[in-house]
Design a protein around this ligand. Structure first.
Ligand code: NAD
Length: 462
């Protein structure tokens, strides 16, 4: 782990499992409370110097981190596939995105803004850093979700304690190891737990902000735990995104895009398509196309070049998704996939389910796996109401040839992002955040950068 610029062993160790084999990949360091305290203290002590380092210098250091990261992208990608399970090409894509994220934030600025200037007064707004940021990440995109936090937090002048999910700690640890030579001691610290130190970190009195990505259930605990010290908080939580297909689309073309949006990363994407609403006139054709795509998809070890979809990331998620399969069999008609593969590792093939009621678990809850329920509608108002009927509001997609009509539908989806005729595009300069129980506040874009600052207004009499 990285604590105060030193690479240290853990107070204990943690077994890391390769999800493609279900077997031990390696053991890594695991922190205890004393090591977490040491990491927070190091970040606290590093804050005065880092926060007063000119932003130009912090920008240059971030660019050096991006260059070093890019130079080792092959090594990071392989390790990411081994610990996370995704196909190697997808892992490389994640690393590329993570590097681009650092560069995008390094290109941003936090200028003082003159809010009013006249004969009698001058009012200026500054954005000043907050202090120690706790960056807590999940296991589906361990690096890109870390960079969305680390890059803006550091550019703005904060220091960090990063804590990855315990089933994917290795790439975050490697990133910490790489940064040991590039950042002043204590500016970035990386610790690992076994799902036991998150609460201790979020309630820590010396942490000023928690930037959290994970499930809604854990997000609720985080929100409660920061209340004691009124910490700043960003919550990026779960989703149950609907795709609404309009009745003027080319079924084959849209089926391929919907399939990708539902199955990429084995469905373990907060913004994955988790339900698709299809007009009754094209319901059978769409189901058939989706099933064909599922049957042809190559599932396997992410290190095999032919693999299009890897395993579920961990055993707990594998078991959870198997429950959703059971629910799908019970309440709907499974037309592709449907059974975990009889092999080592946590493999579930792409599964398409039709004729399932809205009340089924697979429709109401976040499956976070490669199972897509296809739902029929006869009236667009009804489809929109059903799409909006869950506690989540992260993303959503609308598919239609008539762009005005598609835009009108998109405006009525109660979520933070809605794509029209595309999906999962998350440019670093565009703000991203959830509605309802998918979280609050923003990551990415200028707004995402300012979330790592405190507004300070200076109001001067002339
Ligand atoms: P999780 O909530 O179980 O874990 C996320 C992180 O929180 C891990 O690092 C975990 O160790 C830590 N944690 C556990 N208990 C904690 C506590 N009491 N206090 C503080 N931290 C604690 O989530 P997961 O299963 O790793 O990830 C999957 C979930 O993440 C899905 O619901 C998915 O939709 C969501 N997600 C959301 C986004 C987004 O941007 N909105 C992105 C990716 C994933």
């Amino acid at each position: 782990m990285l604590i105060n610029g030193q690479l240290v062993a853990g107070a204990a160790t943690l077994d890391v499992i390769n999800p493609a084999t279900g077997k031990l990949l390696t053991r890594c360091a695991r922190a205890d409370k004393a090591q977490l305290d040491a990491a927070v203290l190091a970040a606290k002590n590093a804050f005065p110097a880092w926060s007063t380092t000119p932003i130009e210098m912090r920008r240059q250091i971030l660019l050096k981190v991006a260059a070093a990261f890019e130079a080792r992208s092959g090594e990071f990608a392989r390790l990411l596939t081994e610990e996370q399970g995704k196909p190697l090409a997808h892992a490389a894509y994640e690393i590329g995105g993570a590097v681009a994220m650092i560069r995008a934030f390094a290109a941003m600025d936090l200028p003082a803004k003159v809010l009013r200037e006249n004969a009698v007064e001058r009012i200026v707004q500054l954005h000043v850093p907050l202090g120690v940021v706790a960056a807590i990440t999940p296991w589906n995109f361990p690096l890109i979700l870390l960079m969305i936090k680390v890059a803006p937090a550091l550019l703005a002048g904060n220091t960090i304690v990063a804590k990855p999910a315990p089933t994917t700690p290795l790439t975050t640890l490697l990133f910490g190891e790489m940064c040991a030579a590039l950042l002043p001691p204590g500016v970035l610290n990386v610790i690992v737990d076994q799902n036991d130190l998150g609460g201790y970190l979020t309630q820590h009195p010396d942490v000023a902000k928690v930037a959290f990505t994970g499930s809604t259930a854990t997000g609720k605990k985080v929100m409660a735990s920061v209340a004691g010290t009124i910490k700043r908080l960003t919550l990026e939580l779960g989703g149950n995104d609907a795709a609404i297909v309009l009745d003027d689309v080319d079924v084959k073309e849209v089926a391929a895009k919907v399939f990708h949006g539902a199955m990429v990363n084995s469905g373990q994407v907060c913004l994955a398509i988790k339900r698709v609403y299809v007009p009754d006139s094209m319901y059978d054709a769409m189901c058939e196309e989706l099933a064909k795509l599922a049957d042809a998809h190559v599932v396997g070890d992410g290190l095999d070049a032919a693999t299009q979809m890897g395993p579920l990331q961990n055993k707990t998620q594998f078991e959870k998704v198997k429950e959703f399969l059971e629910d799908a069999r019970l309440h709907g008609k499974v037309i592709a996939g449907g059974k975990a593969l009889q092999r080592d590792g946590y493999f579930i093939p792409p599964t398409i389910v039709r004729d399932i009621p809205d009340s089924a678990r697979l429709v109401m809850e976040e499956q976070f796996g490669p199972i897509l329920p296809v739902l029929k509608y006869s009236n667009i108002d009804d489809a929109i109401a059903r799409a909006n009927s869950t506690e989540y509001g992260l993303g959503g997609t609308v598919w239609g040839k008539n762009s005005k009509r598609a835009f009108d539908v998109a405006q009525r989806i109660a979520s933070g992002t809605v794509w029209v005729n595309k999906h999962l595009e998350l440019p670093p300069d565009i703000p991203f955040g959830g509605a309802k129980q998918s979280g609050f506040d923003t990551e990415m874009g200028q707004e995402g950068l300012e979330e790592f600052t405190q507004s300070r207004v200076i109001n001067i009499a002339k």
